[in-house]
Ligand binder design. Structure first.
Ligand code: ZN
Ligand code: ZN
Length: 255
């Protein structure tokens, strides 16, 4: 499978960097993971937004779903809908995803009565049992964040990627990341930052997770724009001695 980074700034977009967004492709299927601020622009520089076959949200903080309203406009009003593309895009997320995203797009009752987005999307709560999205086998693990949030373990053809989403340290992460080929882990803050518990990981904690679970490669993402990326890398290096990178917007990784 191929991973493309549409944006990797943590919590908010930074100068010329988008918030969270990723594509995962295999067998011609294009799975979107998150659609944070600015990522729809990056997606269009790479391929048509109609190429998306499904979209998954780990949780519904704005830095992970802010461009969803813009995608709705494209899917509803674009005058040249390509032949053969799904009219109703499957969208997976926490149980209240449909309600929250519809409210984001149509903020009052009369508007919602006109448009519940059912013309352009099919919403699905993330199941807690393994399930299939196209050629991918997906397992969602509830993680620790101030809103319902999930990490995603995604397999294809004997290869597995684990994506932490946003999370503090919690036991579910060990199951999520066990023996994966690639761990795409958030590392929002340095260990030295004065920070609330149960919200995000530091570079040290992301490295510890990769080491503990036997992850074969660690990709760090969701570094906040006010955080020193070199420090995050150095922290993870102290706790994980395998292949390690900070992801870059626009980069692709063959997994
Ligand atoms: Zn975030
Ligand atoms: Zn979040």
């Amino acid at each position: 499978m191929r991973l493309t980074i549409l944006g990797c700034a943590g919590s908010v977009p930074g100068p010329n960097t988008n918030a969270s967004g990723y594509l995962l492709e295999a067998d011609g299927f294009v799975l979107g993971l998150e659609l944070g601020n600015g990522t729809l622009s990056q997606l269009q520089s790479y391929r048509s937004p109609f190429d998306l076959d499904a979209l998954v949200f780990s949780h519904l903080h704005p830095d992970h779903c802010a461009d969803f309203g813009a995608l709705t406009v494209i899917r509803r009003y674009h005058p040249h809908w390509p032949d053969g593309r799904p009219v109703r895009l499957p969208v997976y997320g926490p149980a209240d995803t449909e309600q929250r995203l519809v409210n984001l797009y149509a903020p009052n009752e009369p508007e919602r009565a006109e448009t519940d987005l059912g013309d352009v999307y099919q919403f699905h709560p993330l199941p807690l049992e393994p399930f299939a999205i196209g050629p991918f086998e997906v397992t969602a693990y509830e993680v620790l964040h101030p809103t319902p949030a999930y990490g995603l373990r995604i397999s294809h053809g004997g290869t597995t990627l684990a994506y932490t989403g946003d999370t503090g340290v919690c036991p579910a992460l060990d199951e999520l990341a066990r023996d994966v080929d690639v761990l795409l882990s958030e590392a929002s803050w340095t260990d030295a930052d004065d920070r609330p518990l149960g919200v995000h990981l530091s570079g040290v904690e992301a490295g510890q997770l990769a080491h503990r679970t036997g992850a074969r490669r660690l990709l760090l993402t969701h570094v906040a724009p006010w955080t020193d990326r070199a420090k995050i890398y150095a922290e993870a290096r102290t706790t994980f001695d395998g292949p390690l990178e900070l992801v870059e917007q626009g980069a692709t990784y063959d997994i």
